[in-house]
Design a protein around this ligand. Structure first.
Ligand SMILES: Nc1ncnc2c1ncn2[C@@H]1O[C@H](COP(=O)(O)OP(=O)(O)OP(=O)(O)O)[C@@H](O)[C@H]1O
Length: 305
């Protein structure tokens, strides 16, 4: 279990992380999500003692990282997949880590196999693609067979095959009862992998729930209709708590009524419908909605609507 309690980190005037509290439970994959600059890496660095909080704390099974007697066997971490000795082979990189942490050398072949790098084990890590480096980073994190796994942007650089691989690997590790926390700034990546979501923006917690509840809490969805009498229908649908927006010649988007209500009102007014459907928010849309005000840098084209 990973627990952040009122975690705060300031760099001078800059509030990188602000009063952040959340937990990542064992047995599930928790996605740590936020736009660029939201404070994900800073939180992860504090988790492994590479940075100290201004106030609050973040613990692993109730203990600070520095209090763990044998950290590598307790927590596997990948913060920067490129942080390897580029001249070393994957095998020798892993062997060096194993030797300095009292891990049997035989474990190296096991983790190479687990991440699918056995065939290139003796190639220089410096020549690895980003996807291969990510796999090597995951292998390093798994070396101590830890109960807790923390991965910063592990999906970055993986091709669709790689995404499927990491999804299966992490789901399997969680099923064994481990705590798995992985960060991303892309909801599309996490929507396939995470069971729970912790969403942050500008250092603050925006949402913490199961992925399913996250979508539900972002809104009930909208009803979309197409009708040759859209103006008449829009007038008929007016009421408290209802918004109707025209999205094209014949098309309306309605908030505050369900498809059944809209169909019934249309029939009552003799309005012909060509199309009537409910549009539920995808995880991606729910994420965009919830982080809309918390995006630090945005190009003009992407300015919030
Ligand atoms: N050493 C530092 N000194 C000053 N500001 C910092 C430092 N480290 C991070 N920050 C700032 O803190 C904020 C959070 O940064 P952080 O790297 O944790 O975000 P992130 O969510 O990991 O972003 P990304 O998805 O881009 O990696 C940013 O505004 C960043 O500029």
């Amino acid at each position: 279990m990973i627990t952040a309690e009122h975690l705060t980190k300031r760099y001078g005037e800059k509030r990188a992380v602000e009063d952040l509290s959340f937990t990542a439970r064992p047995g599930v994959v928790t996605g740590f999500l936020g736009p660029n600059g939201a404070g994900k890496s800073t939180t992860m660095r504090m988790l492994v003692g590479l940075d100290s909080p201004t106030s609050g704390r973040i613990t692993i099974d109730g203990r600070l990282y520095r209090e763990l007697p044998d950290p590598l066997r307790h927590v596997g971490v990948m913060l920067d997949a490129r942080a390897v000795h580029l001249g070393r082979s994957a095998y020798h990189h892993l062997l060096a880590v194993a030797r300095t942490h009292d891990i049997p050398g035989a474990r190296v072949a096991e983790v190479l196999d687990l991440v699918g790098l056995s065939a290139v084990a003796h190639r220089r890590a410096g020549g690895f693609s980003l996807g291969m480096s990510q796999r090597l980073g995951v292998a390093t994190a798994l070396l101590g067979d830890p109960q807790v796994l923390v991965l910063d942007e592990p999906v970055n650089g993986l091709d669709p095959d790689g995404v499927l691989w990491i999804r299966r690997l992490l789901a399997g590790l969680a099923r064994e009862g481990r705590t798995v926390l992985l960060s991303s700034h892309l909801m599309s990546e996490l929507s396939l992998i995470a069971d729970d979501l912790v969403v942050i923006g500008q250092g603050r917690l925006l949402a913490a729930s199961t992925a399913q509840d996250f979508v539900a809490s972002a809104g009930a969805g909208t009803v979309r209709v197409a009708s040759p009498q859209s103006a008449a229908l829009a007038a008929a649908l007016q009421g408290p708590g209802i918004t109707v927006a025209s999205t094209g010649d014949e098309n309306l988007e309605i908030h505050g009524l369900d498809a059944r209500d809209v169909g019934t009102i249309a029939a009552g007014h003799g309005v012909t419908l060509f199309e009537l459907r409910t549009h539920r928010l995808t995880l991606e849309e729910a994420f965009m909605q919830i982080t809309r005000d918390a995006v630090e840098y945005r190009t003009q084209q992407e300015a919030p609507r």
